[in-house]
Design a protein around this ligand. Structure first.
Ligand code: NAD
Ligand code: UFG
Length: 340
């Protein structure tokens, strides 16, 4: 019998894809989410796609007693995947106190509630943003931690809180540093549903769908082969599978810290992503070149070899599949999870 997994932030983009994957693998899943950046519709669709039921609680991690209530209703929970958090870099610079409060206080409440109920195994969503301006490319897990924005600082601080928790209470935690998650489930039923797209691929697909006017390339004078920024895009379904592998790694090594980059190791420029999308959609995508976006790095790609070796995990989807699935989701759901 597989464990029951608590998934915080499970109604969100990566959380919903991972929840689907967990149900397919036979896990029981309890999701908590305050729906700050998600819709319950994602979870309804996950249930429909898998033909399985999950348990959902609309709970805010800022309300610690509510977390206790969930845990006391579900004494079989042994492992947690902690996605819940705010994630917009620009917003975190404009309103840092909201970000520190939500991401740090929410995580502290979760950790305290888990410790008090003897649940000591967790997978945590960290981000490549903790590397800031990298000194060597590709980046491996030994690279210095030097975030450049409040969101990145919350991730670095939570990593430290987790390391201290492991040392003091003998927890086991897998920290996954995601590179650039994109794409959607092959069904086109679940996907990324931003109110306003800050990231490249959702922006491009919204332009292709006619929701927005044109794509702006944020700078084409970087020291990269075509002058536009290079990133390591990872298909969200591959990322979901990395979480399943991480749970397996916790079974094998129940205590201590494990830290992995999750990317493909391959970089694509903004112009290459635009070309790949243009090849998939059947209409012109208007594009202009604009100035660089403050805080962007020229290039950020991962060295994912540690995850390959220790988790036996490899990304399977290429850029074409990432773009195709993102477009499939966008075309099927022009208004995201909203009906209109
Ligand atoms: P998302 O916003 O779609 O999902 C996060 C979920 O957490 C949302 O459903 C939101 O409603 C919920 N949430 C936020 N604060 C909460 C709180 N206080 N209590 C309960 N629920 C709360 O984002 P995502 O893209 O699925 O990201 C998941 C995790 O991965 C986040 O921690 C994010 O920082 C991290 N991450 C994302 C990316 C990316 O580019 N998408 C990259 C690196 C790391
Ligand atoms: N870009 C454009 N035009 C746009 C949007 C983005 O040219 O309209 C460019 C950016 O300048 C960058 C690339 O596309 O070169 C990717 O930008 P994204 O905003 O999609 O992603 P980032 O690499 O800036 O950041 C993302 C997440 C962060 C996360 C980081 C981890 O937004 O939360 O990946 O590497 F921390």
């Amino acid at each position: 019998m597989l464990n029951t997994i608590l998934v915080t932030g499970g109604a969100g983009y990566i959380g919903s894809h991972t929840t689907l994957c967990l149900l397919e693998k036979g896990y029981e899943v309890v999701v908590i989410d305050n729906l700050a950046n998600a819709s319950k519709e994602s979870l309804k669709r996950v249930e429909k796609l898998t033909g399985k039921k999950l348990t959902f609680f609309e709970v805010d991690l800022l309300h610690e007693t509510d977390i206790h209530k969930v845990l006391s209703c579900h004494p079989n929970i042994r492992q947690v995947i902690h996605f819940a958090g705010l994630k917009a870099v620009g917003e975190s610079t404009d309103d840092p106190l909201r970000y520190y409060h939500n991401n740090l206080t929410g995580t502290l409440h979760l950790l305290r509630a888990l410790e008090s109920t003897n649940i000591r195994q967790m997978v945590f969503s960290s981000s490549a943003t903790v590397y800031g301006y990298p000194t060597t490319i590709p980046v491996n897990e030994h690279a210095p931690i030097q975030p450049t924005n409040p969101y990145g600082h919350t991730k670095a601080m939570i990593e430290q809180i987790i390391l201290d928790t492991i040392a003091a209470y003998n927890w086991g935690v897998v920290i996954l540093r995601y590179f650039n998650p994109v794409g959607a489930h092959a069904s086109g039923e679940i996907g990324e549903d931003p109110a306003y797209p800050n990231n490249l691929l959702p922006y491009i697909t919204q332009v292709a769908a006619g929701v927005r006017e044109k794509v702006t390339i944020f700078g084409d004078d970087y020291p990269t082969p075509d002058g536009s920024g290079v990133r390591d895009y990872i298909h969200v379904v591959d990322l979901a599978h990395a979480h399943i592998a991480a749970l397996g790694a916790l079974d094998k090594q129940p205590t201590g810290a494990q830290l992995y980059n999750v990317g493909t190791g391959k970089g694509y420029s903004v112009k290459e992503v635009l070309e790949a999308t243009q090849a998939v959609v059947d209409r012109p995508i208007p594009v202009e070149v604009g100035p660089r976006r403050a805080g962007d790095v020229a290039e950020l790609t991962s060295d994912p070899s540690r995850a390959h070796a220790a988790l036996g995990w490899n990304a399977k989807h290429d850029l074409k599949e990432m773009v195709r699935s993102a477009w499939h989701w966008q075309s099927k759901n022009p208004h995201g999870y909203r009906k209109q």
